[in-house]
Design a protein around this ligand. Structure first.
Ligand code: HEM
Length: 220
């Protein structure tokens, strides 16, 4: 029963992520519908902007599936997609930081998105290092944190129309959303990891990793 509930939840989250990724990919089409405040970015720094969107879209599209492919017959996919996810996050975060520092929405929005970029880069880089060193317990925990930040792209796109529906002034709501789109996500997974989440496991000795990799343990 619990397994069915988990699969349904992960399936739903994956679908939402895919939908937002597809919608965001519109920036690669000629004359896309622009979100408010994005025209200056696209005009002044198209390479940085499109690099960010490419990184974000790739991370979002792949990330949700990583949670269901880490064991079983799809482990090979998990390894390949995991490397692409890490590269997409690091590139997306670098370009996201550059966008944040030049955000037309003011210093508070710049700080919110800037910190998100730093945390996104940091959690993903740590998750990757833990996988490379064979510490899969910590790898999963850092990846969950990274994914919660990738999911900020979804919460942001729910909060902006919600703010409009509540008739909040965009100039006031947007800087707040620059924090609200990711801080609660990170806090929520932190509480989950500490309360019910996977236990951190000590790094496996190299010899065990080699044997385990062929016997069906979680991959890097
Ligand atoms: C989680 C770390 C992320 C950071 C730090 C970040 C940062 C930013 C920043 C600073 C902007 C410009 C906002 C402004 O100047 O007001 C932006 C816009 C954008 N970002 Fe991200 N972003 C992140 C994740 C993502 C992801 C995962 C996607 C994938 C869908 C994405 C897609 C976009 C798109 C499409 C825009 C243009 C605005 C829009 O269409 O809503 N970003 N991002």
């Amino acid at each position: 029963m619990q397994r069915v509930a988990h699969s349904t939840l992960f399936g739903l989250l994956a679908l939402i992520c895919l939908a937002v990724a597809l919608f965001s990919a519109r920036y690669f089409m000629p004359s896309p519908i622009m979100a408010e405040g994005m025209a200056p970015h696209l005009q002044a720094r198209p390479v940085v902007f499109l690099t960010h969107v490419a990184g974000g879209v790739t991370a979002l599209a792949l990330g949700a599936f990583q949670l269901v492919t880490w064991r079983g017959p799809r482990r090979r996919w998990h390894r390949v997609a995991g490397r692409i996810y890490v590269a997409a996050c690091l590139i997306g975060a670098g370009a996201g930081l550059a966008l944040a520092l030049t955000s037309p929405s003011g210093p508070v929005a710049s700080t919110g998105f800037g910190l998100l970029a730093v945390f996104w880069f940091g959690t993903t880089a740590l998750a990757w290092r833990k996988a490379v060193s064979g510490d899969f317990g910590q790898h999963r925990r850092w990846m969950i944190r990274s994914l919660s930040l990738t999911f900020a792209a979804v919460t942001l796109r729910i909060m902006i129309p919600a703010g409009e529906m509540l008739r909040l002034d965009f100039a006031v709501a947007y800087p707040a959303i620059a924090f609200l789109c990711w801080v609660p996500n990170l806090l929520l997974v932190e509480v989950w990891l500490r309360t019910w989440g996977w236990e951190a496991s000590p790094p496996a000795p190299r010899r065990f990793q080699d044997t385990a990799a062929s016997a069906g343990s979680p991959p890097a």
